[in-house]
Design a protein around this ligand. Structure first.
Ligand SMILES: NC(=O)c1ccc[n+]([C@@H]2O[C@H](COP(=O)([O-])OP(=O)(O)OC[C@H]3O[C@@H](n4cnc5c(N)ncnc54)[C@H](O)[C@@H]3O)[C@@H](O)[C@H]2O)c1
Length: 246
């Protein structure tokens, strides 16, 4: 990473996986705007950030809030080089149990939020002729969702579509746009739904025999945003422990 490529935005930075990504970026000396809807939960992320992490609290599903937040990031910190669209909300309801309100909320956060932020960072990346966007999808997009519900699975599949579209639009501009499709990362989002017994049962069913560590997920993000990953764009990296090969 050269000195002109130094500023990242991570959404959902207060969550288990987002926090791990922020830690990895800080480790690499990259200034990071940590975005989350939960102000309190961002405090320890900033405290551990060695002065490189600034918190920004806004709802990514609100386009006006995203614009104001992105303006603040630009004014405070400069042009954004790296965007990690990681914030997401889960719903386990299948089609008939999903109300239109729930459908809209899941899509608004998991898909629209990533779109709004992408629109905010693209002009600066185009000007610099360098950028890295990583969208955090899910294995649910590919398998239809085991425990995950319909709206969630569809939102994560649409995020793959967004990845392909923005990648296609930016190939000549030094910008790469990729996704990650994780499954069973050892986070509260997954663990709190499972009893200890169920956890052991699930781990046994994962082909590699264990859950994915948040640090392993962050390692994949760091690879995709690295200088030498510049020939990879429009790729969805599976992190599903061998559940599905494609
Ligand atoms: N945990 C897994 O195994 C797993 C598997 C596949 C995909 N994912 C995806 O990885 C991402 C991170 O998951 P996690 O387990 O760390 O979840 P998490 O719930 O710990 O973190 C998500 C963060 O996003 C924030 N957030 C939610 N809505 C927001 C909004 N409207 N605006 C701004 N911030 C908002 C939350 O406050 C939270 O801090 C999510 O997109 C999730 O769908 C997780």
């Amino acid at each position: 990473m050269t000195s002109t490529k130094h500023l990242a935005i991570v959404t959902g930075a207060a969550g288990a996986m987002g926090r791990s990504v922020v830690e990895a970026l800080v480790e690499a000396g990259i200034t990071t705007a940590a975005v989350d809807i939960k102000a309190d939960a961002l405090e320890p992320v900033v405290a551990a950030g060695r002065g490189l992490v600034t918190p920004y609290v806004f709802d990514i599903s609100d386009p006006a809030a995203v614009h104001t937040g992105a303006d603040a990031i630009r004014n405070d910190l400069g042009t954004v080089d790296i965007l990690v669209n990681n914030a997401g909300i889960l719903s386990n309801n299948k089609a008939l149990g999903t109300t239109p309100e729930e459908w809209n909320r899941i899509l608004a956060v998991n898909l629209n939020g990533a779109f709004y932020l992408t629109r905010e960072v693209l002009p600066g990346m185009r000007e610099k002729k360098w950028g890295r966007i990583v969208n955090i999808s899910s294995w649910a997009a590919k398998c239809g969702g085991l425990t995950a519900g319909t709206a969630y699975s569809v939102s994560k599949a649409a995020l793959i579509g967004l990845t392909f579209s923005i990648a296609a639009e930016t190939t000549r501009e030094g910008i790469t746009v990729n996704g990650i499709a994780p499954a069973f990362v050892r986070t509260p989002m997954v663990m709190e739904q499972l009893s200890a017994e169920k956890r052991a049962e699930v781990a046994e069913k994962i082909p590699v025999g264990r859950f994915c560590e948040p640090e392993e997920f962050a390692h994949t993000v760091m690879f995709l945003v690295s200088e030498k990953a510049g020939f990879i764009t429009g790729e969805i990296v599976d992190m599903n422990g061998g559940f599905q090969f494609d």
